[in-house]
Write a protein that binds this ligand. Structure first.
Ligand code: AMP
Length: 390
């Protein structure tokens, strides 16, 4: 096994320069590393923070040569970077998680087929290769279902709920509109979950792993709205979620930071919704509520340094600032009002353009009791909802 520690001072490469790349860069800098960001979007926030910035297309050969010469190791901040690029980079430098793992994860169909083949609990699903096969697939699973593009979907993009027969024509139309060569979809049983949970697993080069406490998530329109940690569930269930997440990543032989999103059913059983091969929005609380954040873990794990502790120092609740929320929260007296709330920590991502449904920042509330943190989070969430409708 290649166990070369990548020492502080080295240059770490990250594909993707959104807020996750920016937070990775922050953690890397604190540990004395330099960072190279490759993201085709010149406005991606991480570009402004790093010494080596490549705002060039992922297909650019010259950038490939420069980037791969420069970095000692590479990672990525989201699963939609080209797996072929990771595969090619891997011939020159370690890429963590590997391109083989990315190949499985970045295609929902491949991911679900893999999880099913390994015997992990997942919702019933069926692959759809043409809009004209939608009805047949839905009939196989039975109403209600969720239709999802197999690739490139995130934050609820490329997803349609089909509750009954009457929603079929609309979904069919949406499929035709998003149709590109080779597009595939999956139709998945709609899960009447009790709760959504997520678990961060960090797995090192030597196969050891650490698992953060199970978090509980609330989504709106397919986007994460809020997280509370520890999850408000019995300890054995939280432990079961942690054990399941660890097993999935072990079986995958994943090296890096992973997040498992889970559905808790009313009978207490768990289903795997999806795996993210990177730090996750529901793990942002680790920046303020843990001694070692998920981003520092990402640095440690790709550099083959010892993994950090995953202890929750204080209960926490996080609220995402989506679209207009960031302006609503900071305008006028908003910022003062927010920052006078005890334990409130504001993170703004510095994105130059606001778009609806775009994640612009988040607020973490720290408190001695999870319920107190949650109350404060709910107050902000409700304030934002009111501002959005007024
Ligand atoms: P995903 O991108 O697949 O994680 O979906 C985003 C969110 O949509 C999830 O966190 C759930 O809130 C919801 N969702 C996705 N798939 C399902 C499903 N099969 N049943 C119920 N809700 C779902």
């Amino acid at each position: 096994m290649n166990r070369t520690v990548i020492e502080p001072g080295a240059i770490l490469g990250v594909l993707g320069g959104g807020q996750l790349g920016a937070m990775f860069a922050g953690a890397a800098h604190r540990l004395g590393y330099r960072v190279a960001v490759w993201d085709p979007d010149p406005d991606a926030p991480a570009h402004r923070l790093v010494r080596h910035s490549y705002p060039r297309p992922f297909a650019d050969r010259q950038t490939f040569d420069e980037f791969s010469d420069l970095v000692s190791v590479a990672t990525y901040e989201w699963e939609n970077v080209p797996a072929a690029l990771c595969r090619e980079l891997e011939r020159r430098k370690p890429v963590r998680p590997s391109s083989a793992v990315l190949d499985i994860i970045q295609d929902r169909f491949a991911q679900k087929a893999y999880l099913e083949a390994q015997g992990f609990p997942i919702p019933n699903f069926s692959v759809v290769t043409s809009p004209d096969h939608l009805r047949e697939a839905v009939e196989r699973i039975g109403f209600p279902v969720v239709l999802k593009t197999a690739t490139a979907g995130y934050d609820g993009k490329g997803q349609w709920r089909i509750k009954s027969e009457t929603d079929l024509p609309e979904a069919h139309r949406a499929m035709k509109e998003s149709l590109q060569r080779g597009t595939r979809w999956i139709v998945e049983a709609f899960v009447p979950f009790e709760r959504e949970l997520s678990v961060l697993v960090i797995r090192a080069v030597d196969g050891t792993s650490v698992v953060y406490p199970t978090a509980e998530n609330e989504h709106e329109d397919g986007i994460l709205r809020a997280t509370i940690v520890p999850a408000r569930i019995p300890t054995p269930l939280a432990e079961q979620a942690g054990a399941l997440a660890r097993q999935v990543i072990e079986r995958l032989n994943g090296i890096g930071v992973f997040c498992l999103e889970l559905f808790q059913l009313p009978d207490g059983n768990l289903l795997v919704n999806e795996i993210a091969p990177r730090p996750h929005n529901s793990g942002h609380y680790t920046l303020d509520a843990c001694s070692v954040s998920q981003f520092e873990q990402q640095v440690r794990v790709i550099c083959d340094l010892p993994l950090g502790e995953v202890r929750l120092i204080t209960p926490a609740a996080m609220v995402n600032l989506i679209g207009d929320d960031a302006a609503n929260v900071t305008r006028g007296d908003g910022c003062r009002a927010l920052l006078t709330v005890p334990g409130a920590v504001l993170h703004l991502y510095g994105k130059r353009t606001m778009r609806p449904r775009r994640k612009m920042g988040h607020v973490t509330f720290l408190a001695s009791e999870a319920e107190i943190a949650w109350e404060r989070a709910v107050m902000l969430r409700d304030r934002l909802a009111k501002a959005a409708t007024s």
